[in-house]
Design a protein around this ligand. Sequence first.
Ligand code: ADP
Ligand code: MG
Length: 635
Amino acid sequence: MSKQTLSFQAEVAQLLHLVTHSLYSNQEIFLRELISNASDACDKLRFEALNNNALYEDAPNLEVRVSYDKDAKTLTISDNGIGLSQQEAIDNLGTIAKSGTRDFMSKLSGDQKSDAQLIGQFGVGFYSGFIVAEKITVESRRAGLPASEGVRWVSGGTGDFEVEVIERAQRGTSVTLHLRDDATEYLSTWKLKSVIAKYSDHISLPILMRKEEWKEGEDNQGGEMVVTDEWETVNQASALWTRPKKDVTDEQYIEFYKTVGHDFEAPLAWSHNRVEGSTEYTQLLYVPARAPMDLWNRDKKAGVKLYVKRVFIMDDAEALMPVYLRFVKGVIDSADLPLNVSRELLQESRDVRAIREGSTKRVLSMLEDMAKAEKDEGASADDKAKYAKFYAAFGAVLKEGLAEDSANRERLAKLLRFASTSSDAANVSLADYKARMKDGQDAIYYITADTLAAAKNSPQLEVFRKKGIEVLLMTDRVDEWALNYLTEFDGTPLQSVARGAVDLGKLQDEAEKKAAEDAAEAFKPLLAKLKEALKDKAQDVRVTTRLVDSPACLVVADDGMSTQLARMLKQAGQDVPMTKPILEVNADHALVKKLDGSVHFNDLAHILFDQALLAEGGMPEDPAAYVRRVNALLL
Ligand code: ADP
Ligand code: MG
């Protein structure tokens, strides 16, 4: 069969350009990526062979071999894993299959610097070979296929690649890098060993290299290291999580994370434990420092790999983590599950439920430790900053847990942080808030809005500001929904300032209460007229106790859906039951006083309503009518 020349998918070409131009300062990671692929390929073989032992052929010992040829300037990474069929070589090495990567490419700007930053958000994988190689040759045969169905894939890493059928006796894949002149330092056993020790020591497979020996020179004049034909294992070749904690350094934990988490940045925290009891398993869980592109996709698979007795079973084992902890990466190795466990079986297994509960608790305590360090005088500046970093990346996802995980709701509530009228930074915990509550205050007040500015400037806050009562400002899209599940914290109810009548209880003095009642009485006829004029828009009109400077605002009834949430659902294309808001007017405001007896009463009433809507970030139902009315008055 003849050679075929095929083009890379457009995104690959873009990615290749970026890889070669921006990862230059961190060249050596290519070896980690290629060894990790070799290791993945062996994991896949081991898994497929569970049902088909013949796939091992005559080579049951899975391993990776790294070798080089100084004269040809090539470096080869070989494995006897699952291998690639011809079609798989075309598909997997010519396109970007991973969904996150496609998104990533579409977000790239022309700005090289920020792109180099961005690239850390996902593993560049196979293509990182082109950081050091001007040409890559891949030869492979998929396990189970005959020797005549091998494949050779060759590319210079620009626009296209060639594939052809070859005869290949060996199962698995050899990746040969034709090194560029500025990357010949990798043609050295010492150099390769040190890079492997740094990045790939935790790989559970043996990584083999040819042994070097000292050879004396002629007549005992000098000498040199020469490569022999004997192979030796150059890594520890035991899965990192199976080693005792005390034998693993922080650097090793971090490098392991970068491999399992496909991340370039170090994690914020990790937790490594062997759990014994009725369900036995080992967990090594990491909290990343940065959110991946597809964090908002709730269907995104969790980042935890499942092993059973050290045999890799599956990536993204979602049954092992609740959805709201989908950012957690790592490994869980169970001693109890059967090797042929399927995703369906996982969902139903009692052991898996126990593992999920145990892992959830672990993650929560990692987060609690980070939060504690934030306020610990003795903690390093680095540790102090961690929780805020975590929260900026994942706080909004964590909130989903209020709804999803009622068993841990109290622990989650303590981990929440918000901006407030006393702090622009989202660093106020509910406990902080409670500690600052005024004498006689009996609720935790909050407001939800689309932006921090809209929340801060909302007329609803006027009376709270006047009385010096702190209000939490919530601007995450999930807040409104999540807060439905958190009605109280530590015995104190949470109360939206835009909901129901404001009852400041003991915070209001008798004179104020009396004045409000008198105003309501005096305004009765006017309120009735307003209610009639606005009967299509407002379910009620009443005198407010929450405004100081603004003429009017909209509130929802105690049991109604907030206008904010209704707006969000509508935007998401959902059917929203129409509940009309309540218009509250400020009896002390000149505009409201002017209403009575005005010849423009009807226009003013509508303007008052529409302005209240605008003030909270909404849009009048008929903007043109609003403009017409205002203009008529201006003239
Ligand atoms: P990832 O490893 O995250 O899937 P890579 O870019 O590293 O992404 O690799 C792309 C794909 O190429 C892999 O998913 C795999 O299908 C295939 N591949 C790469 N290296 C090997 C290998 N040594 N053996 C078998 N398949 C491989
Ligand atoms: Mg990879």
